[in-house]
Design a protein around this ligand. Structure first.
Ligand code: C5P
Length: 417
């Protein structure tokens, strides 16, 4: 116990993170209000309680009836609403809230926020919320010219400087028929960003390079050597690091996982391709996490055509050659990043992990039982460093990834102190 203290996907994860949280969902005027209805539904499905507040303009685009039905609560639309016993809806509504999320945030509403105006319930409650414990998130949605206008950009910079988190916007086809920036994020993206906003920003300003998944070593044009790694652990670490504020590059072998939000992903096939991609980037990153189950050997040659059965009783044999060790090579770089390796073993886990740490000359190895983790959504990890071991007990892979990220962040700060 001498170490420093330090996936699941989509719906399941949102449920783990949002269950029991109270969210004030504010709608200002814009055609993207139709997406806010879906977002309200996603929040409720994730176990959050949702209080919808709409501006007068929002009610032009979608009715309070729809939002009440989806959020399971009467909607508030004006500051003179007599339902609040003290007639102070603008105060009461945010006192129990974990966050206020404006979906969509129109150009006009952003201008109001920037100026601290309070002439309707929604802007009023944004101003009156206890800012230190109830963050404000805004999801802009507008025509690309409105978005690009210096006034909007000025307002946005002000709103950000005042502490709000800006979600998106995305780019693409717009309801007006034009194409460009200003399109509101989709409900699933908003949900992922809201979940991320609750994570501590322990890696802000840091850059992480992560490998994940198996590699595929071709034998002929249709066959190859690979392993059962799903990439889930590496993808969860990439997501957790991005949630913690890092700029993340994920180098992925052939896997079926969706890219985590905000992560730059480079797909590769063979160990040699992974090696080349990593070595081109490693020295410019603060941290390298080698989660990939890299094939130790590859066929010495890949035949041009598919190997065929010939009827010859002598079976074909495949000569193997060793792949380069990516982690050990990065650990030898003169300006090496902080290196974290993984050890997936079938037996003598800690013994092999300790040997691997010494052999590859890395400060931290994360040990797990290979057969017991591949393709699963949960895992048990043991952190092995120079001074001992510490187990992270069984949990879903994102929870473990967040614990590992906190551990890495603590080690970076200790090294910088
Ligand atoms: O050597 P072994 O495969 O047991 O070591 C596992 C660790 O080394 C993992 O972190 C894995 O990503 C990394 N590794 C590597 N390049 C290899 C083999 C393993 O980076 N060729």
């Amino acid at each position: 116990m001498s170490l420093a203290a330090g996936g699941t996907t989509g719906d399941v994860q949102a449920r783990l993170d949002l269950a029991g949280k109270h969210i004030v969902l504010g709608l200002s005027g814009g055609i993207a209000c139709y997406k806010a209805a879906d977002f309200a539904r996603e929040l409720v499905k994730a176990g959050a309680t949702v209080q919808v507040v709409m501006t007068e303009a929002a009610e032009r685009f979608i009715t309070a009836v729809t939002l009440q039905a989806l959020s399971l609560r009467p909607v508030f639309t004006n500051q003179w609403d007599a339902r609040a016993p003290n007639n102070m809806a603008h105060i009461n509504l945010t006192r129990e809230a974990a966050a206020v999320v404006i979906v969509p945030a129109s150009a006009d509403f952003l201008a109001k926020l920037a100026q601290g105006r309070a002439d309707d319930l929604l802007s009023l409650l944004c101003l009156a919320r206890p800012a230190e414990r109830c963050p404000l998130l805004v999801a802009p949605a507008m025509n690309r010219e409105m978005w690009a206008h210096p006034a909007t950009q000025r307002n946005l910079a002000r709103v950000r400087a005042d502490g709000a988190t800006v979600l998106g916007p995305g780019s693409g086809d717009q309801a007006c028929g034009e194409t460009g920036d200003g399109r509101m994020l989709e409900p699933a993206e908003l949900l992922a960003d809201l979940v991320a906003s609750f994570q501590p920003k322990t890696l802000r300003g840091k850059t992480l390079l992560i490998t994940a998944g198996p590699t595929f070593e071709p034998i002929d044009p249709v066959r190859g050597l690979t392993n059962r790694s799903s990439g889930k652990m590496g993808f969860a670490i990439a997501r957790a690091a991005a949630e913690a504020g890092a700029a993340v590059t994920l180098i992925a072998g052939p896997v079926h996982e969706a890219s985590p939000r905000g992560v730059r992903r480079i797909d590769v096939g063979t160990a040699q391709q992974m090696f080349d991609a990593v070595l081109a980037l490693a020295a410019s990153h603060d941290v390298f996490v080698a989660t990939a189950a890299v094939a130790d050997w590859r066929p010495a040659m890949c035949t041009e055509h598919k190997l065929k059965k010939t009827g010859d009783p002598k079976l074909p044999s495949i000569e193997l050659t060793e792949n380069p060790d990516i982690l050990a090579t990065v650990a030898r770089l003169p300006n090496r990043p902080y290196c974290v390796g993984f050890a997936a073993e079938s037996h003598d886990l800690l013994k092999h992990a300790r040997e691997k740490r010494a052999r590859k000359n890395v400060p931290l190895i994360v040990a797990n039982f290979g057969p017991a983790t591949f393709s699963r959504d949960d895992n048990v990890l043991t952190l092995v460093d120079a001074s001992g071991e510490r187990e992270l007990p069984r949990a879903d892979k994102l929870t473990l990834a967040r614990q590992l990220v906190a551990e890495i962040a603590a080690r970076l700060s200790a090294a910088a102190a």
